[in-house]
Design a protein around this ligand. Structure first.
Ligand code: KIV
Ligand code: ZN
Length: 522
C-alpha cells in the first residue's frame, strides 16, 4: 500500500542509464554510484540486469552486499532462468527486489510470438516464481502505453494476483503525454481488482521531451514510485531525470503535495560523478544540474538578483549542493583552503590524495590566473586513476601546427617504466598526436568518441577532453583536463588505453559484451 503523500524514488541509472550506448561503467564506478544513491536517500536502486553478463551479475551482487538503506533491485525477463539469476544477485541485500518484465503491446507480443492467453499464463507463472523467491516483486508490462486497454487491465490484475507488490507502467518509447499518463494510472487503480494493495510506478522515456511532465502527471494520477536516472541518462533521449522530478516536487509542493526522501544537497555532486563515469556531458542549460542553471548573465537579471535573489530564482543553488559563490582560488591559496573547497564539492580526500591534488593545483594556478570550482572538479577527475591505470604515461609532447598541413607531433611516452619517442604527422595536431600514440603503442582499439569542452571561460581556460575507445566489445572512457587542449587530448587518449588494458588483462567482467537482448523479453 502506498503512503498517500510519499513518492518513492527508484533510480535506474545503473540499469536503464548504463544500457544507453557508450555509457558503460566499470565495476568500481557502479559501486561508487550505488553508494552515492543510497546515501542520497534513493528508495530503490535498480543495480543492473544480472543475466545480461558476468559483469552485471557481479556488480549487482556486490551492490546488494554493500547496500545500506536502499532496496536493491535487479531486472529479469519473463523466464525462470533470468529470475533465478536475478535472485542470486539481489538476495544479498538487506532489502532485495526482483523486477520482471514482458512486452505487452501488440508489437512486443509479436516478438516471442505469444498469443494474449499464452502471455497471460507466462506472466502468472513468472511472477509467482519470483514471489516464491522474494517478498518484494515488481512487474512491468513493457510498452504499456501502447498496449490495448483491456489487455493491460487483464495482465495487471494477473500480476497482482500472482503476488507482484509494485506494478510499473513503462512508457518505453516516450510516446505518452501528461494527461494520458495520469489517466492510465488513475484508471488502472480504479478498474483493476486488487490495485489498492500495490504501489503503482511510472517509468518514462524522453523521446518527445515529456518524461518529467509525464512522471509528475502519473503521480497526480496515483503513482507513488517514480523511475528515473541521474542527468536523465538512458537509451535514446534518456529517462526521466531524477533531479528534475525531485526538485519539481520540492519547489511546487503547493500544487503537488508529495514528499520524497532525497537529500537534494547531494544532487549536484552525484550528477557530476555520473557525467564523469559515463562520459556523457551534462548540457549547459539542463534543468537543475546544468552549468548555466543558476547563471544570470543579463544586466536586468543580475540587478534583480543583487536586490533579491527570489526575483529570478525559484530555488537556491545551495538546495542542490552548489555553494553560493563560485569562490575563486589562486596560487596563494593554501592546502587547508583547497581541502575545504574540495569537501564542499563533495570530495573527501585522504592526506596523501590531498598532497597530490595540491601539487597539481599549484601547477594549474601558475598557468591560470584564477582557479574556479569547475577547474577543481576537472583536476579531481584527472586524478581518478590508480597505478594499475598508469602503464602508459605522457612524458613529453610538442606539436607543430599552423595553416600548412600536415601537422606533426613529437611525443615521448613512458610505457611500463621505459621511455619511447616518435614523431608522427596527421590531419591537425590532435590527429598527429593520436597517430604518435598509436605508433608507440600499436593497438586495434577504435576511437568511438572525442569530445572537448572548455571548463571555464577565457583563453587560459582548461579544456576537458573525453575519449571513448572500443576493442572487442570492451569500452573504456578516458578523461583529462589541461590548459593545453592537445595535451589534454593526449592524456585522455592514453587514459582510455590504460583502462582498456586493465580490462583486457584482468579479463574484467565488464568487458563482456552483453549476452542477452533487452528487447527479447520473451
Ligand atoms: O523502458 C522500459 O520499458 C524498461 C522496462 C524494462 C521497465 O526499461
Ligand atoms: Zn526504460
Amino acid at each position: 500500500m502506498a503512503d498517500k503523500d510519499h513518492v518513492l524514488i527508484f533510480d535506474t541509472t545503473l540499469r536503464d542509464g548504463e544500457q544507453s550506448p557508450g555509457a558503460t561503467m566499470s565495476h568500481d564506478e557502479k559501486l561508487e554510484i550505488a553508494e552515492l544513491l543510497d546515501d542520497m536517500g534513493v528508495d530503490i536502486i535498480e543495480a543492473g540486469f544480472p543475466i545480461a553478463s558476468e559483469g552485471d551479475f557481479e556488480a549487482v551482487t556486490e551492490i546488494a552486499k554493500r547496500s545500506k538503506d536502499a532496496v536493491i533491485c535487479g531486472l529479469s525477463r519473463a523466464n525462470f532462468k533470468d529470475i533465478d539469476r536475478c535472485w542470486e544477485a539481489v538476495k544479498h541485500a538487506a532489502k532485495p527486489r526482483i523486477h520482471t518484465f514482458i512486452g505487452t503491446s501488440p508489437l512486443h507480443r509479436d516478438i516471442p510470438k505469444l498469443s494474449k492467453d499464452e502471455m497471460a499464463e507466462r506472466i502468472h507463472d513468472t511472477v509467482t516464481h519470483a514471489r516464491n523467491l522474494c517478498d518484494n516483486v515488481q512487474w512491468s508490462p513493457m510498452d504499456a502505453t501502447r498496449t490495448e486497454w483491456d489487455y493491460l487491465c487483464r495482465v495487471v490484475e494477473i500480476a497482482i494476483k500472482a503476488g507482484a507488490t509494485t506494478i510499473n507502467i513503462p512508457d518505453t518509447v516516450g510516446y505518452t503525454a501528461p494527461r494520458e499518463s495520469a489517466d492510465i494510472i488513475r484508471n488502472l487503480i480504479e478498474q483493476v481488482p486488487g490495485a489498492d494493495d500495490v504501489v503503482f510506478a511510472t517509468h518514462c522515456h524522453n523521446d518527445l521531451g515529456m518524461a518529467t511532465a509525464n512522471a509528475l502527471a502519473a503521480v497526480e494520477g496515483g503513482a507513488r514510485q517514480i523511475e528515473c536516472t541521474i542527468n536523465g541518462l538512458g537509451e535514446r533521449a534518456g529517462n526521466t531525470a531524477l533531479e528534475e522530478v525531485v526538485m519539481a516536487l520540492r519547489v511546487r509542493g503547493d500544487i503537488m503535495p508529495f514528499k520524497t526522501g532525497i537529500a537534494t544537497t547531494k544532487l549536484m555532486h552525484i550528477s557530476r560523478r555520473v557525467s564523469t563515469v559515463s562520459g556523457f556531458p551534462v548540457q549547459f542549460n539542463k534543468a537543475i544540474v546544468g552549468k548555466n542553471a543558476f547563471a544570470h548573465e543579463s544586466g536586468i537579471h543580475q540587478d534583480g538578483m543583487l536586490k533579491n535573489a527570489e526575483t529570478f530564482e525559484i530555488m537556491r543553488p545551495e538546495d542542490i549542493g552548489l555553494s553560493e559563490t563560485n569562490i575563486v582560488m589562486g596560487k596563494h591559496s593554501g592546502r587547508a583552503a583547497l581541502r575545504s573547497k574540495l569537501e564542499e564539492l563533495g570530495f573527501d580526500l585522504a592526506d596523501n590524495q590531498l598532497n597530490d591534488v595540491f601539487v597539481r593545483f599549484k601547477a594549474l594556478a601558475d598557468r591560470k590566473k584564477e582557479v574556479f570550482e569547475d577547474d577543481l572538479i576537472a583536476l579531481m577527475r584527472d586524478q581518478e586513476t590508480g597505478e594499475e591505470y598508469d602503464r602508459i604515461k605522457v612524458k613529453f609532447l610538442r606539436v607543430i601546427c599552423g595553416t600548412e598541413a600536415p601537422q606533426s607531433a613529437d611525443l615521448t611516452l613512458t610505457i611500463d617504466g621505459e621511455d619511447h619517442q616518435t614523431t608522427a604527422q596527421g590531419d591537425g595536431p590532435v590527429d598527429a598526436t593520436f597517430n604518435a600514440v598509436k605508433s608507440l603503442f600499436p593497438h586495434n582499439a577504435r576511437l568511438q568518441l572525442y569530445q572537448v569542452h572548455a571548463v571555464t571561460e577565457g583563453t587560459d581556460a582548461q579544456a576537458t577532453v573525453s575519449v571513448r575507445m572500443e576493442e572487442d566489445g570492451r569500452i573504456a572512457t578516458g578523461q583529462s583536463a589541461d590548459t593545453d587542449t592537445v595535451v589534454a587530448s593526449a592524456k585522455a587518449y592514453v587514459n582510455a588505453l590504460n583502462r582498456l588494458l586493465v580490462r583486457r588483462e584482468k579479463s574484467d567482467p565488464d568487458a563482456d559484451v552483453k549476452q542477452v537482448s533487452y528487447k527479447d523479453a520473451g
